[in-house]
Design a protein around this ligand. Structure first.
Ligand code: NAD
Ligand code: UGA
Length: 466
């Protein structure tokens, strides 16, 4: 079967970049991305490409090329489901905030709503693809909903988790390390459905990089990949604290261990802590699954990755307070960066949020500059914590879209995101306009320590001390 019409439910950070790249590479497939969020769809349809809801290097050019050609954004979910041969579900699967599994399990209500809507609307056989990250065995729940419509429509469920990282999404989609497709390997229909999806990716990805497995391996591999990646960050962050106590330099340690080909050099940058919408959510989900099978040691093992990450964020803000003579009350502290990593406007679970909250508890005056994150997002992130009223957050935290103004008169600068532009600032002029002694707390090991010290800054770096 050759797929000619795709519907993707969910126009977020995964659905839209992924489908834009599929549309670019497969001009013969018509793709409609649908979402219930009207303003998000309107923004994807905006003629001003700077207004696209997701900032990703290279994405605007691709959207310009394919939008209106074979990629469409719409709020008409039923129509797109009806017309499609293949439906990707790419909706959010956040951590549950209520009921059983609160704070740990994945909230699958959006997934189930999609399955029910597909069941209601579909009149012809369809392949349904799980693109969202899901607990292992979710496909059986989707299948049970779809198989009980009583209208004779046949569904095949595939798992096709996404491994793109934000900030490099376009490159990751064009040149993925691998594509993973899980399906019903025991039936002819299952094999055919998997082949239909393999054939789409094979338009630009070599067959050796397209793995096919059973559905459960595919679902679990996604959680496993994120758990391993996050574990590397927590491991190097744990070493960063030992480095600070012993005079070792975490960058030198990372390099030394990364040259061992069994360890490899990537993902060994010590930091203020990992953020992003998925690492914490997916590990919590894994911990919940392990616990639900009574595998308590397995659960405790993975939970430690998150506990270490929390510690790293708290340790960063504690160090700011103790270094500034044990009080930051009334002192201006400037954050350079609010996004959870560079080259994205996404702030979900960003370390900056927790560090800001801790410092605001100490009555600091926090000033924020981020090149891509809009002002209202920063306040929403803080208000969401419910630590203090929205008015209090507004009076204690200010946002400036000029980095030099953001830094003026501050006692300390904290680097929360590794945006490249921070490296090229005129640090002499920033120093001149700050309170003295002027401190820099580099949560990303981004700046040149010797240069900053030469200018006069007191400079702290994760994993090297000062
Ligand atoms: P997102 O919140 O950016 O987008 C999800 C979209 O789905 C939202 O716009 C929401 O309005 C829409 N939606 C929810 N329910 C809907 C429904 N019933 N009908 C139509 N639209 C609906 O989320 P995201 O970051 O794109 O993540 C989506 C999934 O992909 C998650 O499971 C996540 O774990 C996984 N994932 C994310 C990343 C990443 O980098 N963000 C990478 C790999 C995998
Ligand atoms: C991560 C994975 O890398 C993707 O493969 C996966 O698809 C995605 O999660 C997901 O499922 O959502 P992402 O969160 O976008 O991608 O970005 P990463 O590059 O993995 O960074 C995550 C966090 O770890 C960031 O806060 C980053 O600054 C931090 N990090 C990363 C470090 O602190 N040190 C490192 O060495 C690497």
């Amino acid at each position: 079967m050759k797929v000619k019409n795709i519907c993707c439910i969910g126009a977020g950070y995964v659905g839209s970049p992924t489908m834009a790249v599929v549309a670019k590479q497969c001009p013969y497939i018509k793709i409609t991305i649908v979402d219930i969020n009207e303003s998000r769809i309107a923004a994807w349809n905006s003629t001003d490409l700077n207004k696209l809801p997701v900032f990703e290097p290279g994405l605007d050019g691709i959207v310009k090329e394919v939008r209106g050609r074979n990629l469409f954004f719409s709020t008409n979910v039923d129509k797109a489901i009806d017309e499609a041969d293949m439906i990707f579900i790419s909706v959010n699967t956040p951590t549950k905030t209520y009921g059983k599994g609160k704070g740990m399990a994945a909230d699958l209500k959006y997934i189930e709503l999609c399955a029910r809507q597909i069941a209601k609307v579909a009149k012809q056989d369809k392949i349904v693809v799980e693109k969202s990250t899901l607990p292992v065995r979710t496909a059986s729940a989707i299948k049970s909903i779809l198989d009980n419509t009583g209208n004779g429509v046949q569904f095949q469920i595939l798992s096709n988790p996404e491994f793109l990282a934000e900030g490099t999404a376009v490159q990751d989609l064009l040149k993925p390390d691998r594509v993973l497709i899980g399906g019903d390997t025991s039936s002819k229909e299952g094999e055919l459905a998997m082949k239909a999806l393999v054939d789409i990716y094979a338009n630009w990805i070599s067959k050796e990089r397209i793995l096919t497995t059973n559905v459960w391996s595919s679902e679990l591999s996604k959680l496993t990949a994120n758990a391993f990646l996050a574990q590397r960050v927590s491991s190097i962050n744990a070493m960063s604290e030992i480095c600070e106590k012993t005079g070792a330099d975490v960058k030198e340690v990372s390099k030394a261990i990364g040259m061992d080909s069994r360890i490899g050099p990537k993902f060994l940058n010590a930091s203020v802590g990992f953020g992003g919408s998925c690492f914490q959510k997916d590990i919590l989900n894994l911990v919940y699954i392990a616990k639900s099978y009574g595998l308590n040691e397995v659960a405790d093992y993975w939970e430690q990755v998150i506990l270490m990450n929390e510690h790293q964020k708290n340790r960063f803000s504690d160090n700011i307070v103790s270094t500034l003579y044990n009080t930051v009350s009334g002192k201006k502290i400037t954050f350079l960066g609010w996004a959870f990593k560079k080259d994205t406007n996404d702030t979900r679970e960003s370390a900056a949020i927790k560090v800001a909250d801790n410092l605001l508890n100490e009555q600091a005056q926090v000033s924020v500059y981020d090149p891509k994150v809009p002002e209202e997002r920063i306040y929403t992130d803080l208000d969401y914590l419910n630590t203090r009223s929205s008015d209090e957050n507004k009076s204690l935290l200010t946002i400036n879209n000029d980095p030099y103004k953001a830094c003026k008169d501050s006692h300390a600068i904290a680097i929360l995101t590794e945006w490249d532009e921070f490296k090229n600032y005129d640090w002499k002029s920033i120093y001149k306009n700050m309170q003295k002694p002027a401190f820099v707390f580099d949560g990303r090991g981004l700046l040149n320590k010797e240069e900053l010290k030469e200018i006069g800054f007191i400079y702290y770096n994760i994993g090297t001390g000062n």
